[in-house]
Design a protein around this ligand. Structure first.
Ligand code: GLU
Length: 397
């Protein structure tokens, strides 16, 4: 816990400074517990909040629950716990209604909505992870607003996120978001259950998720939705490790995001670094890079100057690596000078190395990335001798 009260307040709120924001809304906020209908007025206000962030130039991704809650009423399933196949049927019926509502509400403001239904494997298996990430990146670049839920109709008990708190954190990690907001039926983390312990204190900032913090979550119930405080802490672990701020805030009042910006009470989990730094740390820490690429001196100078690695500067490849694998970058002299995530497999790299990026499409038959390793995915390793400047004769020491 940190006493620095102003770190997340007012104009310095991560909600105002973030480039990419993931907002998660739970079923209890979206669906009226008595009628089983969508709370339309509430949702309209939320949409206004989201659009305000977008007008400020921020990218927004919504993770929305509510499919099962909406569908179960429509199918007239009895109250109480549902069997797996019942909740899958309910999700199938509810998701289409949910998507319809988002389409109507967002398109009224001329915003294109895109639906993504993810399963656990989409964030755990590298190839699927890369595909999901590429799709999200494209949607954001094209100005669409992605709305994400778990693909409940096909997810079975063993392969589920199970709750959208963790799903939202995985999404935040996947796209290097810098802020994740979990809108909940509780306004944040307390030292004990505020409904039971009179002396429960509110926790405004969490700088480290200590066992003490985890214990607080275990004692604080948030009864609606499948989440609860424990899954929110699990989500926080994922988010902060990825360099993303996370906030737990009350979603019930109208315009919950605006309220956070105006200083409404909420709990912020503070990351130790930024998403790019967290990613780089992870790359540098790769135990066994899958392969290597050798580069020329010109490329080495470009890397030292903070640029990306282009195929033109590559002179050879080593080992078997796939797109998305971490590879070592070796200097002409055979020194490992950097590490990074390759945008191409070893076979494709061998085809495009030494060539201009403009030729990639003709060489490979598809339009891939301009860079072999983008600078955000590249870490220069501990000091190495600077490459000789162009035209300078190489001489033995
Ligand atoms: N994916 C579920 C739904 O849409 C909700 C999971 C959760 O509440 O965390 O109904």
């Amino acid at each position: 816990m940190s006493p620095t009260k102003t770190a997340t307040d007012g104009p310095r709120s991560p909600l105002m400074t973030a480039r990419r924001i993931v907002v998660k809304v739970g079923s209890a906020l979206l669906v009226d517990a008595r009628s089983g209908h969508l709370k339309r007025a509430w949702l309209e206000a939320l949409v206004e909040d989201l659009l305000r962030l977008r007008r400020r130039g921020q990218q927004v991704i919504l993770v929305s629950s509510g499919a099962i809650a909406l569908g179960r009423r429509h199918l007239k399933l009895a109250a109480g716990a549902l069997r797996l196949e019942e909740s899958q049927a309910a999700a199938a019926v509810g998701q289409i209604r949910l998507a319809h509502a988002y389409k109507e509400l967002l398109e009224a403001h001329e915003v294109t909505v895109a639906q993504l239904l993810l399963t656990l494997e989409d964030s755990e298996q590298r190839r699927r992870y890369l595909n999901a990430r590429a799709t999200l990146e494209s949607l954001l670049a094209l100005g669409a607003l992605p709305v994400i839920n778990e693909n409940d109709t096909v997810a079975t008990a063993e392969i589920r996120y199970g709750d959208n708190d963790r799903l939202a954190a995985r999404v935040a990690q996947m796209i290097s978001a810098d802020c994740l907001v979990l809108l909940s039926d509780i306004d944040g983390l307390y030292t004990a259950d505020p409904n039971r312990a009179g002396d429960a204190r509110f926790v405004e900032h969490v700088a480290h998720i200590t066992p003490e913090i985890a214990a607080m979550a275990a004692g604080t119930a948030s009864d609606f939705g499948s989440g609860g405080m424990a899954t929110k802490i699990a989500a926080a672990r994922i988010a902060v490790a990825a360099g993303c701020h996370m906030c737990i805030a009350a979603g019930e009042p109208r315009h919950p995001l605006k309220r956070i910006e105006s200083g409404a009470r909420c709990t912020w989990f503070l990351p130790a670094s930024t998403p790019v730094a967290a990613r780089k740390q992870w790359i540098a820490g790769t135990l066994r890079p899958a392969g290597a690429v050798r580069i020329d001196d010109g490329a080495l100078r470009a890397l030292d100057a903070g640029k990306s690695l282009l195929p033109a500067g590559v002179t050879g490849t080593l080992g078997h690596f796939e797109r998305g694998d971490t590879v070592s970058v070796m200097s002409a002299g055979g020194l490992e000078v950097a590490r990074g995530i390759s945008a191409y497999s070893h076979a494709d790299t061998a085809r495009i190395m030494g060539r201009r990026s403009a030729d990639i499409e003709q060489l490979l038959g598809f339009r891939g990335r301009v860079e072999l390793i983008h600078r955000d995915n590249l870490v220069i390793l501990a000091r190495h001798e600077p490459a000789p400047a162009a035209g300078e004769a190489e001489s033995a020491p």
